[in-house]
Design a protein around this ligand. Structure first.
Ligand SMILES: [Zn+2]
Length: 203
């Protein structure tokens, strides 16, 4: 007797869905069955949105946030205060900070944090681009909004060494951010407080 499986195209869809983060075999199967069976699934719209998004959305040349052109909405906004530069780990850290309404400066995404265990060294992060930016448009304050974990601390210290000799006020967000977690998991009030209570970073 032949072993019975889903038809090949359905198996392929399940395989593709499983490549996505957070989607295991069971979820992939459930989504795939919904796509082929539900009368309102409109698969054309889903695939079109995926294709359009993956082509149109890039990282901002300046800050690293998501953008549709060379510059994101923040970097192309003349009302933003370019004298205050906030250094963050990931582009996804920007929205939680923006939602607080506590910050009107501009950002610089490092692309991660120093992590020898995960083989992330200084050359893997956007430190050089940051130094270039500081040279080109010297800010009056650099705010370090890095995670309150060991790797975030190591990244902040490394940055502080890099900035040695550059005349610049360096601050960090006040403690109170959840230890061991990134900005994404903090609520608006905590982030807003951490902003307003920021302290000088020892150099
Ligand atoms: Zn930008």
């Amino acid at each position: 007797m032949r072993k019975v499986e889903y038809p090949a195209p359905l198996q392929e869809l399940i395989r593709q869905l499983q490549r996505m983060p957070g989607i295991g075999p069971r979820s992939a199967e459930r989504i795939a069955l919904w796509i082929v069976q539900a009368p309102n699934s409109r698969p054309g719209e889903i695939s079109e949105a995926i294709t359009r998004c993956s082509k149109a959305v890039i990282n901002c040349r300046e800050c690293g946030f998501f953008a549709e052109g060379e510059l994101c909405v923040i970097c192309s906004d003349p009302a933003r205060d370019r004298s205050v530069l906030c250094v963050i780990e990931q582009p996804t850290d920007i929205l939680p900070l923006e939602r607080t309404g506590a910050f009107n400066g501009v950002y610089h995404t490092l692309g991660g944090k120093l992590s020898p265990l995960n083989h992330v060294g200084p050359e893997d992060l956007r430190f050089e681009a940051l130094l270039q930016r500081i040279k080109q448009v010297p800010p009056s304050e650099l705010i370090l909004a890095l995670g309150a974990d060991v790797e975030g601390e190591a990244t902040a210290s490394y940055l502080s060494q890099l900035l040695a000799g550059i005349e610049l006020r360096v601050t960090r967000l006040a403690q109170g951010l959840p230890a061991g977690l990134g900005l994404e998991s903090a609520d608006d009030v905590t982030i807003a407080r951490a902003f307003s209570g920021r302290t000088e970073f020892p150099r």
